[in-house]
Each structure stands twice: as structure tokens, then as C-alpha cells.
Design a protein around this ligand. Structure first.
Ligand SMILES: NC(=O)c1ccc[n+]([C@@H]2O[C@H](COP(=O)([O-])OP(=O)(O)OC[C@H]3O[C@@H](n4cnc5c(N)ncnc54)[C@H](O)[C@@H]3O)[C@@H](O)[C@H]2O)c1
Length: 421
């Protein structure tokens, strides 16, 4: 369904979307606090923003906070399969925020939507995977002149942006929201951990207890996935390329081995690396019959799907998010959610409580760009420590958790060097 300022699936889904957005808001106390604070002070008044984010209930609440702070905002999807169509409808109908996103959209429409969001002439971009920033640099350089800067939500986006900055190609400052402690320590670890398992269980309804499950990549997401899979009673193995991460996994109690060895034993293999063709033809050739493959990394390139397609004699879809490939020797490989982020495609993405912190960082960083852009060069910048601490403070307060503070004696002890044994 199309109107001049949106392209969404079905306006009639708005009421359902609104109910779910309100439900999510109950778990987002920090955003509620920022909404009430900034609706009075209007720090983003008149600021044109384009957000390329997963269109979920949590993003809807981020959008409401940005609007309350005065921003003139439009949204498009950051993944063709993660859009919640009811949320898109509610954003348009109930909160008057233009949205260009339809779940299952083709690559062509995906980029058409990104360009529709850029037609808004943003001065701030908010990305989850750097698609707005890269589209501006590749095809819309006219937009650079007015840009104050951008923010980036995820690891893969930050990697792309740092590569641009290293090449001297980045034309405006970007803040790496992903790298805030109050983002990746909680969102990537606990959010991806819980929701990836949720996506796999919803997609397959296979019992994890007693199964052998390999997590590929023991970064922030991988740690969370492994921890939660272990909690389900799975026998968890880790495949890594970084010695320190591999060592950490071993000391956390997991079996660590090359993926080729793990592939022979695994009932499930989950990628969370941000890397390409991590599961490749040799691994596919060695998998057990019935092995389930899922990806929680940003792009759908972690599993070599073209190789899987080429090796298969048959493909069918026994359940909504499962494609079962039959190989020439009769073995079946089950690919979830077409290799796209399984937690967003087969479940609802991260729980609201972690997105509360990630998105509080987004709001505070957008305001930081407005007030500080003149002092920021065209690089990828860390989230200021004061913002990170403020988000942690607000979250603790909302959780009714009080903590101790240093005494004057302790403060002096910790900042001096004279006192010894
Ligand atoms: N599903 C989600 O909702 C969600 C949320 C946050 C981040 N992400 C994405 O997940 C991915 C991982 O993010 P992260 O924060 O954990 O990153 P990270 O950098 O902390 O961890 C990635 C790990 O993968 C390892 N790795 C890279 N190539 C590998 C290979 N070929 N084999 C084995 N291990 C390999 C790296 O050594 C690293 O330890 C990124 O693409 C990120 O954008 C997804």
C-alpha cells in the first residue's frame, strides 16, 4: 500500500502495531524518562533525520522519543526480512512518522526505500549496518553538505565505517553507538543471546537439551548465544579464529575446535561473526543429516547459500522459516530464515529492555551531534563516556537498584601513588 509519504504493507494493521508498541514501552523506562525530559527542552527541534533501522516495536519507541525531542524523522528498514508490518502501519497512522518498509521486500525495493528516506534530506542519519551512509557516499553526494553526522547501531556497520574513515572517504562524523558499553555489553550479549535462541526455537520447535550446538564466533553476540544455549541443556562447542577469544571460550567451559571438526558432530550451527562464507562448501560436505543452520550476524553472507543451493538436489519449506535442502547423498541441511538474522526474521529481535539502553544512546548521541558537530572531524567517534554513564545510571534507577559510592578516603587512595604496602 503506497501513499506519498510512506510505503508499507497494510494500514489496517495499525491498531495491532500500536498495542505491541505500547507493550514494549513498558520495558523501556530509560526512553520514557528521555521522552519526558526532551519533550520540554526540544533539543532536536527541526532537525531532519533519516533512520535505517529494523522496524520493530522498540524502534517505534525510539522514533517516538526522537519526535518528542523535536526531530523531523522518517524511517526505512535496515533488513528486508526484519520489518514488523503492523509496527510500520502504527508508526504512520498513530504517530505520523513516515515509514518505507515492507517485510520480505526485494533488494530493488529495499534500496528504493533507502533512497526515499534520503529524499527527506537528513542532516543526521541513524544506521544499523551503514546503508544510509554508504548510499550517500556512493550515489547521493549532494546530501553531504548539510550533514551534521550519523550514528551507527551495529558491529558490522562500525567495521564498514572505520574502513571508510581509514581510506579518507568518510565525509562527515559518525558516532559508533555499538561501541558504547551500555550497548554491546547488554544488547549484543543478552539481547542477541536470548532472541537468537527464541528465533531458532520458534522456527524449528526442536528440543535443544542434549543436542550438540556449535557457535561460530565468540564475540559479544556469540558469547550470549553460547551462554543461553548451554542454559537450555545443549552441548555447546565454539569455533573461532582469534586466539584470545578461543582461549576465553575454553575457560568458560566450552569445547573449542575448528569448524570442520565441529560440523561433523553438530545438530545446530549458529554464526555470529560479521564475516563472509564462514560456513562454506567443505563444512556443508561434512555435516550430519538434519543439521540446522542459523545466522545471527548482520548480513546473510555468513553461510555460503549459493554453494548450498548448488550442492542440493531438492529444496522445500516444511515450516515458515525453514528451508530444507536435500543433498545428492540424501543428507538434509535445514537453513533458517534464508540465512538472515534469525532473531529478527524468525522471532521479534531483541527484548525491549536491552534496546532501551541501545536506543537511549542513539537519542543522546543525536543530540551530541547537534551540539558538538563542529568539534567532530570526519571520523568514527566513540560514544562520550558521560553518555554511557548516564544511560547506566538511568537504567539502574529504573530497575530500583542502588549502588555504593566511593568514600573520600577511597577516592584519594585510588587516585594517588604514594601509599603502598
Ligand atoms: N542479530 C542481532 O540482532 C545482532 C545484534 C548485534 C550485532 N549483530 C551482528 O553480529 C555480528 C557479530 O557481532 P559481535 O558484536 O559479536 O562482533 P565481535 O567482533 O564481538 O565478534 C565477532 C567474532 O567472530 C570471530 N570471527 C570472525 N570471522 C570468523 C570466522 N571465519 N570463523 C570463526 N570466528 C570468526 C571474530 O574473531 C570475533 O571474535 C556482526 O555482524 C554484528 O553486526 C547482530
Amino acid at each position: 500500500m503506497k501513499s506519498p509519504d510512506c510505503d508499507i504493507k497494510d494500514h489496517a494493521l495499525a491498531e495491532q502495531g500500536q498495542d505491541r508498541i505500547e507493550w514494549a514501552l513498558q520495558e523501556m523506562p530509560v526512553l520514557r524518562e528521555l521522552t519526558s525530559r526532551f519533550s520540554r527542552t526540544q533539543p532536536l527541534k527541526g532537525i531532519r533525520m533519516s533512520g535505517c533501522l529494523h522496524i520493530t516495536t522498540e524502534t517505534a519507541n525510539l522514533a517516538r522519543t526522537l519526535r518528542a525531542a523535536g526531530a523531523d524523522l522518517v524511517l526505512c528498514a535496515s533488513n528486508p526480512l526484519s520489518t514488523q508490518d503492523d509496527v510500520a502501519a502504527a508508526l504512520v497512522a498513530c504517530y505520523e512518522i513516515p515509514v518505507y518498509a515492507i517485510r520480505g521486500e526485494s533488494t530493488e525495493i529495499y534500496y528504493r526505500h533507502i533512497n526515499a528516506a534520503l529524499d527527506h534530506q537528513p542532516v543526521i542519519t541513524m544506521d544499523d549496518g551503514a546503508d544510509l551512509v554508504s548510499e550517500i557516499h556512493k550515489h547521493r553526494p549532494d546530501l553531504v553538505t548539510n550533514m551534521l553526522g550519523g550514528t551507527e547501531e551495529t558491529t558490522t556497520g562500525v567495521i564498514r565505517l572505520r574502513a571508510m574513515a581509514k581510506d579518507g572517504a568518510l565525509q562527515f562524523p559518525v558516532i559508533a553507538v555499538n561501541d558504547a558499553m551500555t550497548k554491546h555489553l547488554f544488547d549484543n550479549r543478552y539481547g542477541t543471546g536470548q532472541s537468537t535462541l527464541d528465533g531458532i526455537i520458534r522456527a524449528t520447535n526442536i528440543l535443544l537439551a542434549g543436542k550438540t550446538l556449535c557457535v561460530v564466533g565468540y564475540g559479544w553476540c556469540g558469547r550470549g548465544i553460547a551462554m543461553r544455549a548451554k542454559g537450555h541443556g545443549a552441548n555447546v562447542m565454539i569455533a573461532e579464529v582469534e586466539p584470545l577469544k578461543a582461549l576465553e571460550a575454553a575457560m568458560d567451559g566450552y569445547r573449542v575446535m575448528p569448524l570442520l571438526e565441529a560440523a561433523r558432530q553438530s545438530d545446530f550451527i549458529i554464526t555470529a561473526t560479521g564475516d563472509k562464507h564462514v560456513i562454506d562448501k567443505p563444512h556443508l560436505e561434512n555435516m550430519k543429516d538434519g543439521c540446522v543452520l542459523a545466522n545471527s550476524g548482520h548480513f546473510n553472507v555468513e553461510i555460503n547459500i549459493p554453494a548450498l543451493e548448488a550442492m542440493s538436489v531438492n529444496k522445500h519449506r516444511p515450516r515458515t522459516s525453514v528451508d530444507e535442502y536435500t543433498l545428492a547423498d540424501g543428507r538434509r541441511i535445514r537453513l533458517l530464515a534464508e540465512g538472515r538474522l534469525v532473531n529478527l526474521s524468525a522471532a521479534e529481535g531483541h527484548p525491549s529492555a536491552v534496546m532501551d539502553m541501545s536506543f537511549a544512546n542513539q537519542v543522546l548521541c543525536a543530540i551530541h551531534l547537534v551540539t558538538q558537530h563542529k568539534n567532530l572531524d570526519n571520523q568514527v567517534h566513540n560514544v562520550p563516556a558521560a553518555i554511557d554513564q548516564e544511560v547506566a545510571r538511568l537504567k539502574l534507577a529504573a530497575m530500583n537498584i542502588r549502588i555504593d559510592s566511593l568514600t573520600e578516603e577511597q577516592r584519594q587512595y585510588l587516585t594517588s601513588w604514594q601509599e603502598g604496602t
